[in-house]
Ligand binder design. Structure first.
Ligand code: PLP
Length: 420
């Protein structure tokens, strides 16, 4: 007998429990996401019941262009029909074009790029390049940072809970408070090869550093012959209201990592890019760093279409304008519930709402799910709900999301009152 929709949902969740990740299955159910996705378009995701969700999580920052943006889908379809994967020995045009476009648009015109498949891989490449160029193994990173979960990227990340079970990690890594240039100055020594920072910390809870932080970090790195790596995996490509997060400060990194939005929400694609001077170290041995899937034509076709669309439609500006709308409404909400919402932070459409307690944030996420809005907390700080909707969200859709958020907070407060 053919299974009905509810049986299908039950089966998929059971398969998660039996074959994928039982803990994650419990967490998703607790947060109210006890359904199975089936399709997506623009700012919406549909489940197998036919319920339509407004995506304010944006795949943790992947969907700046929304789901299945027609220009990205068309580019990928055309590439699929021609040549999805590379021969690896003949020159590939889309990969070359994408690297050239990145050199044109990145701050400081980072001339060389290496393409890979995930943010963590891009960070690994950036760390290797820094060590290769400087010959120095030491790294300084920020507390609360998130750079991915492979061993090197995990070493520079900031949350002990994810690192502790895997020690020993990379030696010579120091962590300093984010936004405090003095602490960074103290940490840099003759062994330090690179400083790695997010322009705005994402998973730490959307933390914006002081205005002069990045320029001062740049100066400090120059004074000590240390490379500056900007991890733009989450902030890159318009999310914060500028094409790149570092552009808010004018500081120019030596190495930049990109991922998430780079694949246009259609393909996995990541990159690390650097100045010609730094890349010089890679040139003598062209296969010193390599990846079978890295720079594949399908992903690069998506990347080219995504970058061009972001630039031509001036989506960073759109993010800046809509971000103000979100921040204004959310700050008004904070004034209404100062004992519940302790801070509202953000730039562009990278927004964090800090709650007094993790449980209140969890209840609000569940309330949003009931109202068919997708959101989640930040990975290194579960008291913060992050809103990262597609940059193509309309004002009316933003209003819908904000109304749902206001209602969900009111409901969470009511629930907690009843329990007290
Ligand atoms: N760097 C930053 C700033 C991130 O936010 C993330 C993921 O959230 C990563 C690196 C790791 O990316 P991935 O999950 O693709 O490995």
């Amino acid at each position: 007998m053919k299974e009905n929709v509810e049986q299908r949902i039950e089966r998929v969740i059971e398969e998660y429990v039996e074959h994928l990740n039982p803990g994650l299955a419990s967490l998703l159910k607790f947060l109210g996401f006890d359904t199975v996705e089936s399709q997506a378009e623009g700012v919406f995701v549909w489940d197998v019941r036919g319920e339509k969700y407004l995506d304010c999580l944006g795949g943790f920052g992947v969907f700046t262009l929304g789901h299945r943006h027609p220009r990205v889908v068309a580019a990928v379809q055309a590439q699929l029909a021609r040549q999805p994967m590379s021969s690896r020995v003949l020159f590939n045009e889309v990969q070359a074009e994408l690297a050239a476009l990145l050199a044109e648009v990145t701050p400081g015109n980072l001339q060389y790029s290496f393409f890979c498949n995930s943010g963590a891989e891009a960070v690994e490449g950036a760390l290797k390049l820094a060590r290769l160029y400087t010959g120095k193994p030491g790294l300084v990173a920020a507390e609360g940072a998130f750079h991915g979960k492979t061993l090197g990227a995990l070493s520079v990340s900031g949350r002990e809970k994810y690192k502790e079970p895997f020690r020993p990690l990379l030696p010579g890594v120091k962590h300093v408070p984010f936004g405090e240039v003095e602490a960074l100055a103290q940490a840099i020594d003759e062994e330090t090869g690179a400083v790695i920072l997010e322009p705005i910390q994402g998973e730490a809870g959307v933390i914006i550093p002081p205005e002069d932080y990045w320029p001062q970090v740049r100066e400090l790195c120059d004074a000590h012959g240390v490379l500056l790596i900007a991890d733009e995996v989450q902030t890159g490509l318009g999310r914060t209201g500028k094409m790149f997060g570092v552009e808010h400060s004018g500081a120019v990194p030596d190495i930049m990592t990109l991922a998430k939005a780079l694949g246009g929400g259609v393909m996995p694609l990541a990159a690390f890019s650097a100045t010609a001077q730094v890349w010089e170290a890679m040139i003598p041995n062209p296969l010193l760093h390599s990846s079978t899937w890295g720079g594949n034509p399908l992903a690069c076709a998506a990347g080219l279409a995504a970058l061009r669309t972001t630039l031509e439609e001036d989506l960073p500006r759109r993010a800046a304008i809509l971000g103000e709308m979100f921040l204004t409404r959310l700050r008004a909400l904070q004034e209404r519930y100062p004992e519940v919402v302790t801070e509202v932070r953000g730039r562009g459409l990278m927004i964090g709402i800090e709650f007094r307690e993790e449980d209140l944030a969890g209840l609000t996420i569940a309330g949003l799910a009931q109202r068919r809005v997708l959101a989640a907390y930040t990975l290194n700080n579960p008291t913060v709900i992050r809103l990262q909707p597609p940059l193509i969200i309309t004002e009316a859709q933003a209003d819908q999301a904000l109304t749902a958020f206001e209602e969900a907070v009111a409901q969470a407060v009511e629930l907690v009152r009843e329990l007290d």
